[in-house]
Design a protein around this ligand. Sequence first.
Ligand code: ZN
Length: 59
Amino acid sequence: MALPKRRHYKARSKKRRANWKVEAPTIVACHNCHEPKLAHHVCPSCGYYKDRKVIEVSS
Ligand SMILES: [Zn+2]
């Protein structure tokens, strides 16, 4: 009987195209202005990140 020459690693099966999925971006409410924003991103409406103003937003 034919046998595989090398071990087939778990990572090999896991990264197969069939396992590639699109994920919806995580949207959270901003701590400062409570506007919806992307998680781990600077808030586009008030410019705050982690309770600190990091960019100036012109409105
Ligand atoms: Zn904000």
